[in-house]
Design a binder for this molecule. Structure first.
Ligand code: NIG
Ligand code: FE
Length: 420
């Protein structure tokens, strides 16, 4: 949408500005604080937030007429949502597997007989750049309408040089052309491809010696991630992979303790991962070590829901002083959804998170989970103006209006990109 003025905006008279103020992850009890200003105004200059407050007299401007005005009377304004864990770029779908799972098959048993991640690997290898780009672009457009302004996206459906690079090139192009910021993660170690069947160690060597350095050199990913799980990659293999990634200058993520308790949370703490994700089965020791070592615990309620697993123990993690983030895990298998509304509902209804904790988990802590908490995730002067307006006066409607998209307007970099 073309704006009359260049990323300058005054948002007037919001019923609530939910600031989520911080420059780093909010841990433990701090997750209950939202820093709300009532009847407040926001000034955006050149795409950056320059003022937040309730004074009627704004700070003086050289040229007030150069500011686009948005009336937010009766509405709440929040930071744009940060979806810090997705598998956005993939070929094909797995609708039959959903039916098999509902019939009683387990996620891992489907994977072990060649379905699951392997089935998407084949479809992704066979898809062209354009096919992957077009499908992912559509998903991003849906996400933007739900208020997501930044998304993390993983490779990991190639598991060979050609297709991993193809996925990362698609992510790069989406970041360049689409309003949503897309943060790339290399996840070559998502499963072992048929070429390396029963040779997991060789596959890890191949990834760390041949692919990771090239991705680093071409600057195609910020993070490296691995599926550390029984019958996927062992703790030792995960440690080796993450260690090499760290040496090359990547930041680290890990799929940890999703299906069985495996020591993944402990490894995340040991390796100082930026985040550990899933954590359905994380041990008490692992939870405490994550809190001590400032590893963001990224929880994915839509995945647990879709797999009919018990939810991660968000309450225990927050009470232990962890920073919890929430994300959708959008992927064609375990969580084929980017529904922020469902994420809110599940977190608050089943995971005993308060609405305040869930809002921080999808904004500032999501930003921290992708190492961007200094520039996005809260409504503070100096931060990028990635904001959303709800159709209601309070953030409390987010879990309460179950499964509904109540986002009325999305502002990205100071420009209106969605106006429902
Ligand atoms: O985060 N657990 C591993 N990876 C994804 C699922 C990928 C898939 O099933 O395609 C996840 O749930
Ligand atoms: Fe995942």
């Amino acid at each position: 949408m073309i704006q009359p003025f260049n990323r300058n905006m005054i948002i007037r008279n919001a019923a609530q500005v939910v600031r989520c103020s911080a420059n780093a992850a909010k841990c433990g009890v701090d997750m209950s604080e939202l820093h709300i200003e009532e009847n407040a105004n926001i000034v955006i200059t050149g795409g950056i937030i320059t003022y937040v407050g309730s004074e009627l007299e704004f700070p003086s401007f050289a040229n007030l007429s150069a500011y686009n005005t948005v009336d937010a009377t009766g509405k709440a304004i929040l930071p744009g949502f940060v979806d810090s864990h997705t598998h956005l770029v993939f070929g094909g779908y797995r609708e039959d597997e959903f039916a098999w799972r509902m019939r009683g098959d387990s996620y891992m048993s489907i994977m072990e007989r060649g379905g699951g991640i392997h089935s998407t690997m084949m479809a992704t290898r066979n898809a062209s750049f354009e096919e992957l780009y077009t499908a992912a672009k559509k998903r991003l457009e849906n996400m933007l309408r739900l208020g997501i302004t930044t998304v993390e996206a993983k490779s990991g459906y190639g598991m060979n040089r050609e297709t991993e690079l193809k996925q990362l090139a698609v992510i790069k192009e989406l970041n360049r052309t689409q309003p949503i910021t897309v943060v790339p993660t290399f996840m070559g170690a998502h499963a072992t491809p048929p070429e390396y069947k029963n040779r997991e160690d060789d596959f890890i060597n191949y990834l760390t010696s041949k692919i990771m350095p090239e991705i680093r050199e071409k600057n195609l990913a910020v993070f490296c991630d691995i599926f550390c799980e029984k019958n996927v990659f062992s703790l030792e293999q995960s440690r080796r992979y993450l260690q090499k990634a760290k040496e090359l200058g990547f930041l680290l993520k890990i799929h940890a303790d999703e299906i069985v308790q495996f020591g993944g949370a402990e490894l995340a703490a040991e390796m100082r991962c930026t985040s550990a994700d899933h954590l359905l089965q994380a041990s008490d020791a692992g939870i405490h070590q994550m809190a001590e070592n400032h590893v963001v615990a990224t929880l994915l309620p839509c995945t647990a829901f879709s797999l009919k697993e018990r939810f991660a123990d968000a309450r225990k993690m927050i009470d232990a002083g962890c920073a919890v983030a929430l994300a959708t895990d959008l992927n064609p298998g375990s969580s084929f959804t980017s529904s922020v509304p469902l994420t809110f509902a599940l977190a608050c209804i089943y995971m005993r998170m308060s609405a305040e904790e869930a809002v921080n988990a999808l904004t500032i802590n999501g930003a921290a989970a992708i190492a961007r908490a200094e520039t996005i995730g809260s409504i503070d002067p100096g931060k990028r103006a990635d904001l959303l307006m709800l159709d209601y006066p309070s953030y409390k409607f987010l879990p309460y209006h179950i499964g509904m998209n109540i986002v009325k307007m999305v502002i990205k970099n100071g420009e209106i990109v969605v106006n429902n």
